[in-house]
Design a protein around this ligand. Structure first.
Ligand SMILES: Nc1ncnc2c1ncn2[C@@H]1O[C@H](COP(=O)(O)OP(=O)(O)OP(=O)(O)O)[C@@H](O)[C@H]1O
Ligand SMILES: [Mg+2]
Length: 233
């Protein structure tokens, strides 16, 4: 794969069986993402945004077509190799957070670093920095059921960026945030994007997020309806 190309999908198709029928969530999606992009998938509810992020994050496999992510073909990866790819290189912000309920905010954010085997002192600093980015350093000891929806979302964001991964997949990361927190988090993500050249791919309906994107891909019925580069204002 060409050096600066991080992701390449060819005719990516996902069909879910539904009783006797089937739902085509993605229909021959061919897209390329380069290192350092700040891109977003937009489109109506049910258009395939989450499905595409899940496949790019090697959490799901396509029915047809291929997705090459950081040099690995997702459709042929074993569970073990897919987990290693995610643990090392991908930060995922889920639409439903997926925080571990019995863990504190601190422990949730620390989790990806334990998988990487980072030494304790470096781990502590990285976790507190990440909690600081999302303005939650003072809630490090709280568990998800003691936090609001927006606070849980911010913990999930901290967890996704804590290891400074090369690829961050963010599914509706601002859905539960107020304007101030949304803007702060978007600026933090832009800083990470600029400083580390981490690639961000969002799925979003939020105009605040859309306003920060440098590339906007519109999905309609699982197909790419539009793919445009947005010039800086
Ligand atoms: N596990 C599943 N089984 C069956 N159908 C599914 C499954 N996951 C998603 N779908 C269907 O695939 C289509 C695309 O869903 P997806 O979650 O990717 O949409 P989305 O663009 O993320 O929507 P939203 O904006 O509401 O989050 C929808 O019709 C959805 O019902
Ligand atoms: Mg979705």
């Amino acid at each position: 794969m060409e050096n600066s190309i991080l992701i390449k999908t060819v005719d990516l198709t996902k069909v879910y069986p539904m009783g006797g029928q089937s739902i085509t969530a993605l229909d021959s999606v061919s897209l390329t993402f380069r290192k350092g992009e700040f891109a977003g998938l937009v489109g109506p509810s049910g258009s395939g945004k989450t499905t595409l992020l899940n496949i790019l994050g090697s959490l799901d496999a396509p029915t047809k077509g291929s997705a090459e992510v950081l040099g690995e073909k997702v459709e042929t990866l074993s569970h073990k190799k897919a987990a290693a790819l995610r643990n090392r290189h991908i930060g995922f912000i889920f639409q439903t957070f997926n925080l571990l309920p019995v863990y504190t905010a601190y422990e949730n954010v620390e989790f990806p670093l334990l998988l990487l085997g980072l030494p304790p002192a470096a781990r502590k600093k990285a976790v507190m920095d990440a909690l600081d980015w999302v303005h939650l350093a003072d809630r490090a000891k709280s568990r998800p059921n003691q936090l609001s929806g927006g606070q849980c979302q911010r913990v999930a964001i901290a967890r996704a960026v804590v290891k400074k991964p090369s690829l961050i997949l963010a599914d509706e990361p601002t859905a539960n945030l107020d304007a101030e927190n949304s803007h702060h988090i978007l600026h933090t993500m832009e800083d990470i994007n600029r400083e580390l050249r981490s690639t961000f791919i969002f799925a979003t309906h939020d105009e605040k997020v859309i306003g920060h994107l440098r590339r906007k891909i519109v999905l309609v019925d699982g197909k790419v309806a539009k793919d445009e580069v947005i010039k800086a204002a």
